[in-house]
Design a protein around this ligand. Sequence first.
Ligand code: NAD
Length: 361
Amino acid sequence: MKSFTDKIVSDPHHPSFFPTFRQLGYGDLHIKYDESSDMLAIIAIHSTHLGPALGGCRFLSYPSLDAAILDAMRLAHGMSYKAAISNLPLGGGKAVVIRPPNLTDRTRIFRSLGHFINELGGRYITAEDSGTSVADMDIVRTVTPYVTGHSSQSFSFKDPAPITAFGVRRGIEAAIKHRFHQHSLAGIRVTIQGVGHVGYHLAKELSQQGAKLTICDINQEALQRCAEEFRAQIIAPEDVHKVECDVFSPCALGNVIHSKNIKEIRAPIIAGSANNQLEGPEMAQQLKDQGILYAPDYALNAGGLIYVAAQYSNQNEQSAKEKVENIYNTMLMIFECAQNENLPTLTIADRLAEQRLHHSA
Ligand code: NAD
């Protein structure tokens, strides 16, 4: 029987990744197939200008090799921007290991990945991501030191969601300060789309500060739990963007603000954890034109990355938490620059990240 990789590599229906390679300003791309373990992995290194490229490793099924490459490249690009805006001495990278349909030996695959990472000599540092666990990182660590999020580090955290939610809450406070000149969240009405890992913890953070919550989710169990614990009002998922409130907080999926629904948004602030919330950069201009203050997602949801970076460099948890706390100041600075220059907040965030990516020593 032929290996699953034969089919995936020869798929003629997927577009080539080369245009994206140029468009995203790469960087380098490494692909490795190890026959003995059936590991087919991609490591995309978008930038190492500020430091080694850190980014998680996905272990998922993909319809084709090109689809996996594109995923790795887009995610690594996002990691560069997230690290740069958070002032971390790191570049952006990502690993994608294509999950074989008949997975037999996980340990061999992650040992192979460890060898692959080691060959890059520290230019890429891996961590946990969708489909991988601390146990997988422990396997990688038996082969290479270029891994974080394993079980023997200065401090451990099993779930990045609570610290991500903390950073999002601080960013929402900055938005409230900028827009309403108010220091407290007491009485502020927040609508959360998706009360999964981050959304749940965000609801907890916000309700502890006295905010009033409206929530939606397609998972009834998650919805009921959150409604009961935080006295949140439930709304249908299709109406979530139309709710009259102070903050709309997308914490479920990407692409939630698009040309078909943007005019229906009633909230004067959008600030949530979801990655890639805007259908395209032109949405940022339109939000500005509608008088809506948008908190750029990759700057707001960097809490998990900040913690992972601190773990890797053996910092203590307190100093990591202070850096996440600083998301408040980063957001205020972005909002103030955007106001002074009459530009979308996303333009300011991108410019700041790019200045650091291209010009710092
Ligand atoms: P999750 O899967 O735990 O939660 C997402 C929730 O959204 C689920 O409860 C799901 O049922 C719900 N959902 C899905 N489709 C929906 C819809 N159409 N309407 C309403 N709800 C819907 O994921 P998460 O870890 O909480 O991450 C949420 C978002 O934040 C993702 O975009 C993720 O990439 C981003 N993010 C997460 C972290 C983290 O630390 N987990 C860090 C940075 C960014």
